[in-house]
Design a protein around this ligand. Structure first.
Ligand SMILES: Nc1ncnc2c1ncn2[C@@H]1O[C@H](COP(=O)(O)OP(=O)(O)O)[C@@H](O)[C@H]1O
Ligand SMILES: [Mg+2]
Length: 402
């Protein structure tokens, strides 16, 4: 059973079919693109854990469900709830609760001495005002405790319109609860690890690209990333150790862990957040396999089915470079999209996609789904990957009528 049928989930459905599995997909939208690859569709919101579990139990009474997973969808609680209801492998409900709440997560890190940014819960705009005033000049990040995809994640300091920031961040979460963290400057990393037998395997790490941080401030918009991140052996091992301890603090002792990390001023890794699921953004499905030969989607599928995993499958077979970047046309009606044929000729192009077509509205970029489209290129070296990425970005022109 795969929770969610979005475009980024298609590779998991295809892999399951290749493996000869009978695939049950779930999504609220009957036209969700991945459901075409499912043998049976359950129409339930991926965020509605109870409804999904009810439907899973009902289906299970006539057709045994052997495993449950998701990819590129921040619904670890729904996955855990189904696994729990059917007695399947999973992280358990308590760990799932810890990962879906950024405040609970940081409290777990705090209790277990796992390095993370200074944080506090925020209940009212006045509370926020008082904190910002007390440390004028310090940069903070305000976010909903249950947000995702950079929705409502704001980089602020005492000069911000506090009432606006409070309401803006709040409207993107379901719970209305906010967390304030100190902004930690430094190299930002995207990791994806598999924890097995007390060891953390991280086949490839991307350096997140924040060249556009000031352009989109106060919104924090990541403009893709580059593999390999410039890290030495010692730092890599300390990253694995931090992720292992961070996951354990949340109650996760086995399985997939996606990390947002930053290398702090002291040169040591700090965890911004961990997610108990496969990544989106074509990281697990395209970039990591290209860069390392490791197929984490396959590992997660095997693990969900309770099949034994070989640690060799989690170790890189090679080290290649990839980069992903996005296009950001100005806000307005899209009049034309040119250069797709040129783009296809870019050496090392791994994948690309446009999220909008001619005639659609390009919104102002407030969160990751507002980006226009993406390109992923591969090369032997990081430098070559970045060069090819320039070619890819320059080949496409999006004309917009204000
Ligand atoms: N305290 C912080 N210091 C530095 N960067 C941060 C901090 N909090 C968030 N960010 C940046 O913002 C991004 C989005 O925040 P995150 O907490 O991961 O929310 P989301 O659930 O939307 O992914 C992070 O990946 C990171 O790059
Ligand atoms: Mg994140």
């Amino acid at each position: 059973m795969i929770i969610g049928g979005g475009a980024e989930q298609v590779p998991a459905y295809k892999l399951a079919k290749q493996r000869g599995l009978f695939v049950v997909g779930t999504d609220l939208n009957p036209d969700a693109p991945a459901l075409r690859f499912a043998d049976h569709a359950i129409l339930a919101s991926t965020r509605d854990a109870e409804q999904t579990a009810r439907c899973a139990v009902e289906f299970h009474s006539s057709h045994t469900i052997a495993g449950v997973m998701t990819i590129a969808n921040d619904v670890p609680y729904t996955v855990a709830r189904v696994a729990d209801a059917l007695g399947l492998p999973g992280i358990g409900l308590e760990a799932a609760r810890n990962v879906v709440d950024k405040l609970l997560m940081k409290q777990c890190f705090g209790r277990h001495g796992v390095s993370c940014p200074w944080f506090t819960g925020i209940g009212t705009a006045d509370e926020l005002r008082t904190l910002l005033r007390a440390e004028s000049g310090t940069r903070f990040v305000l976010k909903p405790v249950d947000g995702r995809g950079a929705r409502g994640v704001l980089l602020i300091d005492s000069s911000i319109d506090v009432d606006w920031a409070f309401e803006e961040s709040k409207r993107w979460g379901d719970s209305g609860r906010l967390i304030l963290e100190k902004f930690v400057p430094g190299m930002q990393l995207s990791t994806e690890s598999f924890i097995l037998d007390g060891k953390c395997y991280t086949p490839a790490i991307a350096e997140r690209n924040y060249d556009r941080l000031e352009q989109f401030a106060p919104n924090i918009i990541e403009d893709g990333g580059t593999i390999p991140a410039p890290l030495d052996e010692a730092l890599r091992s300390s990253i694995d150790d931090t992720i292992l301890r961070g996951a354990a603090a949340l109650g996760i002792h086995e399985g997939i862990v996606k990390g947002d990390l930053v290398i702090a001023e002291d040169g040591q890794p700090m965890i911004i957040e961990l997610a108990a699921r496969l990544s989106g953004g074509w990281f697990a499905t395209h970039q990591i396999p290209f860069a390392s030969g490791v197929d984490l989607v396959s590992a997660v599928m095997s693990h969900a089915l309770g099949e034994p995993l070989d640690e060799c499958a989690l170790q890189p077979s090679w080290s290649a470079a990839t980069a992903i970047r996005y296009w950001y046309p100005p806000e307005g009606r899209i009049v034309s999209i040119r250069g797709e044929e040129e783009l296809k000729k870019v050496p090392g192009l791994i994948s690309y996609g446009f999220f909008r077509k001619t005639g659609d509205m390009q919104p102002k970029v407030l969160m990751h789904p507002d980006r226009f489209g993406f390109a992923i290129v591969g090369a032997d070296t990081r430098q070559e990957a970045l060069f090819r990425m320039e070619m890819a970005l320059n080949s496409v022109q999006v004309e917009v009528a204000p």
